[in-house]
Design a protein around this ligand. Structure first.
Ligand SMILES: [Zn+2]
Ligand SMILES: [Zn+2]
Length: 252
């Protein structure tokens, strides 16, 4: 829901600590390809994508990966338009959006004016849906789809190099734990202390983080129930709440 949460005046929502100001979750991965050219992907384009892209100084985008089709993860897709026009001018190409079939179906329905074969809207985003497979290589970097449960849904997490990103997780299957060996950086969602049908509690997330044993775990998708400073105080040293604008080096 983002923090401050609409209509709420709790201590976290009214906090002046900038780390208690949370936009909807997303991550950007940047690297230099073999030719020394900067490459960038993002995972999810939520309703805050525009603001996040501006803050991160995003000027070029090579691909988008989607975890699932909930509004807080897809409702910024239209703001890919300016970036997609730039890519089209340079390469004559559309930006690929990697999504599972059920996620692609929602994107097609919500953004009919973009994806419909009958779409006539002239300035629609120059994007194309690609089926998310187990393994996708973008300019030399491999992105592995790691399935997790989000309530009754199966959604996508991602492993790239020594890092992995999971949001909206309520359960990690055994077969997915097996894909998370030797991680340096793990990003994992942790909503709050109180149980939720489709999100991990802080305690569950910490348990999984310990089991995965990444050098550093960052928690994301945090509700207003968890204040930054006070929550970090009760966490193990290598498990921290992430915050907006956080940048972490990874080996790809
Ligand atoms: Zn969700
Ligand atoms: Zn979500």
């Amino acid at each position: 829901m983002g923090v401050p949460t609409v209509g709420c005046a709790c201590a976290v929502c009214t906090s002046t600590d900038p780390r208690n100001h949370r936009l909807r979750p997303s991550v950007m991965v940047q690297w230099k390809d073999a030719g020394g050219r900067a490459r960038t992907i993002v995972i999810d384009t939520g309703p805050d994508f525009r603001e996040q892209a501006l803050r991160a100084g995003l000027t070029r985008l090579d691909a988008v990966f989607y975890t699932h089709a909930h509004a807080d993860h897809i409702f910024g897709m239209d703001d890919l338009r300016p970036l997609s026009f730039a890519v089209q001018r340079e390469d004559g190409e559309a930006i690929p959006l990697y999504a599972a079939p059920e996620t692609a179906e929602v994107l097609e329905r919500v953004y009919g004016y973009t994806f419909s074969p009958h779409a006539t809207y002239p300035t629609r985003a120059r994007v194309r849906l690609e089926t998310l497979r187990e393994r996708t290589v973008i300019h030399g970097v491999e992105f592995l789809r790691v399935p997790v449960k989000h309530g009754t849904l199966e959604i996508a997490g991602f492993r790239f190099g020594n890092a992995a990103y999971f949001t909206d997780v309520s359960e990690i299957p055994e077969s997915s734990f097996a894909m998370l060996k030797e991680l340096d950086v793990l990003v994992l969602s942790a909503l709050r202390h109180k149980p939720h049908p489709s999100h991990a509690t802080l305690e569950q997330a910490v348990g999984w983080a310990k089991r995965v044993g990444a050098r550093q775990t960052w928690l994301t998708h945090i509700a207003h129930d968890l204040g930054h400073e006070e929550t970090n105080r009760i966490l193990p040293e290598n498990i921290r709440l992430a915050y907006d604008g956080l940048s972490v080096p990874v080996r790809l």
